[in-house]
Design a protein around this ligand. Sequence first.
Ligand code: HGY
Ligand code: MN
Ligand code: MN
Length: 422
Amino acid sequence: MTAVTTRHDAIDLALIETLFDRLAAPDAERIGITRDAYGPGEQRAHALFVETAESLDLIIERDAAGNHFAVYPGADRERPAWVIGSHLDSVPQGGNFDGAAGVIAGLSVIATLRRQNLVAPRDIIVAVFRAEESTWFPTSYLGSRAALGRLAPEVLSLTRADTGRTLAEHMRDCGGDPEAVATGANWLGQRALQGMLELHIEQGPTLDNEALAVGIVTGIAGSFRYREARCFGEWGHSGAVAKPYRHDALMAFAELAMALEHTWEKLEQRGERATVTVGQIATPPAQHAFSKIPGEVGFCLDVRSGSPAVLAELEATLHEIVERIGTERGVRFDLGPRSASLPAPMSETLTQRCQQLAVEHRISHCLLPSGAGHDAATFAQAGVPTQMLFVRNQHGSHNPQEAMRLADFVEGVRLLTTLVQA
Ligand code: HGY
Ligand code: MN
Ligand code: MN
């Protein structure tokens, strides 16, 4: 069978629009989209995926972690399979396209092939990974790591930020088998894989600013993160304590934040790329009040870069700054538990192939790195040839205004559909 150029009219636009609308429907009366990992929101989305896969006569598999897979049998089922995957959970009050675009793209690729009675040379597996967002359980790529049997047993004891219940309890609620996951049991990892492909909204402004439909991703940033950092100083009277005698935790935190921003600025001026984000700042409600010097403040820190050396430099500088401010202001920083992920390179062969196909299909595109983390990183780090495709989107992401144009999504589906016919 010769690979064919995927025409626009071969793509089932009605299916795509229906799926995005049905995914968003449960949140219609709320602000933004909230598909909670291993909770009702994600469950509903996985049920829709299974229902759609059944309507496409696909072979449906589910692993012990509750990840779902839909298989479109290829001409030669012994050949290594393509995986097209992403996630269906979202951040609280996020958007409808983060993750979901990659899952619906996988289903659209198969629907497009079926419409033309085309069978790919090898199996195509559309994969839906649980709990990609680390805002629920404090670790990245949870579902895709379990899908490849690479989830350490101790992760199952992590508790979900809003319920305080463990991952094992939540997994069981959703019909999963945490004991089996702890032994490394998995379904996907038993298959030989030709490559892993993830289509995703860019979540940043580059493609929109450059008026390009598709971004061919060159690599995924790594990170180090402190989610429960605290600074301890001394509570005191806001009028009675002169400046030299203060141990103001909030001012110490503010100085730390600005020192990190200054360090980041110097890195950018050197041509290095990173992101430094501080958030979730709070003084303890039971103690804080007007006319009190803040004696304690909590915050989180999320630092990312495609360069391991830049990550190491930033973290070493962080500890120097913490030490200096602690001494100068007489406060104590406790950064708390640390999580991290390695930078993940994309497959050069697949990157070049995608560039070639984009030119052949006259799809506007560029190469660009991913500052955001994605399940594709799990596969790249497991040695699977991996490639991400970004589609242009508007208003960023991880917010209720997140938007995406169908025309740009279709360009990504066209490229994927042709790519998997090899
Ligand atoms: O944090 C991330 O980059 C992704 O949205 N999980
Ligand atoms: Mn996200
Ligand atoms: Mn995502």
